[in-house]
Design a protein around this ligand. Sequence first.
Ligand SMILES: Nc1ncnc2c1ncn2[C@@H]1O[C@H](COP(=O)(O)OP(=O)(O)OP(=O)(O)O)[C@@H](O)[C@H]1O
Ligand SMILES: [Mg+2]
Length: 267
Amino acid sequence: MRPIKVGMIKRLSTGVRRLDELLAGGVPEGFLVALVGMPGTGKTVACLHFIWAGLRAGESCIYVTTEESRESIIRQAEQFKMDFHSALRDGRLIIIDALMREREDEWSLRNVTVEEMLDKVIAAKRVLGRSCRRLVIDSMSAFWLRAPVRAREQSYVVKRVLNRWGFTIYATSQYAITTGSAFGWGIEHVADGIIHFRRRIVNGVLRRYIIVEKMRQTPHDLRAWEIDIVDGQGLTLRRPLARRIEDEVLPPEVLERIRRVSSEDLL
Ligand SMILES: Nc1ncnc2c1ncn2[C@@H]1O[C@H](COP(=O)(O)OP(=O)(O)OP(=O)(O)O)[C@@H](O)[C@H]1O
Ligand SMILES: [Mg+2]
């Protein structure tokens, strides 16, 4: 049996200062963290921060993009003053593009399968070497579009295979706009951590929130935090969500009185 290493947990910065604080310093090295939620809630922006934090620390990184082109990712990063272009040119960043599927391109996927993605990621890791510790897969949902029932099994394969290569992984997963939840059994149980991205309309304005729902081996913050996505800056945490009357459990007799008064109002 291999000796089990126990000791201080090394944590990697998320690239978002307050989020690091919520996670007792950052994401534990070697973890697979699922970023889950509805469209437009900030998952991709959070992935860009995670990669940029690595690049700034002198690491090299891999980004798998399935729903946006490589160019779209570079442009989006540029809007937040993250220079992905130079990192690509200097050979410190490889963006594996599963959307455009350009035949000539070394880092494009021909078929959107987990097997081909894993092969490419390992090939990229061989090119980038030891300094490559961060991997983003944005999103995993693309791999099980036709077979949602395979989501859990494929997430497990991804975790098991990539764990040996020393990656710390951000993997996004989309939640259905109809139900606001996952398409069946997904990545959530396999993941070491879950950061849930939410949205709500308050007084006619779109508000976005994140909540750390799980982070193994971490005394993490349990509150929902309102986030902002700001041009030139990216994702910032504003404040924890205020307690609302709906969050409180009222005594049954009080609830009954409220119910009676409201039904009298209707008469
Ligand atoms: N330059 C910018 N300045 C301010 N806000 C921006 C800027 N660029 C993007 N956004 C905001 O970020 C949102 C997109 O966030 P993001 O791409 O992270 O969503 P997502 O959770 O990855 O969604 P999906 O599941 O559809 O991929 C946009 O809808 C917009 O509100
Ligand atoms: Mg996205």
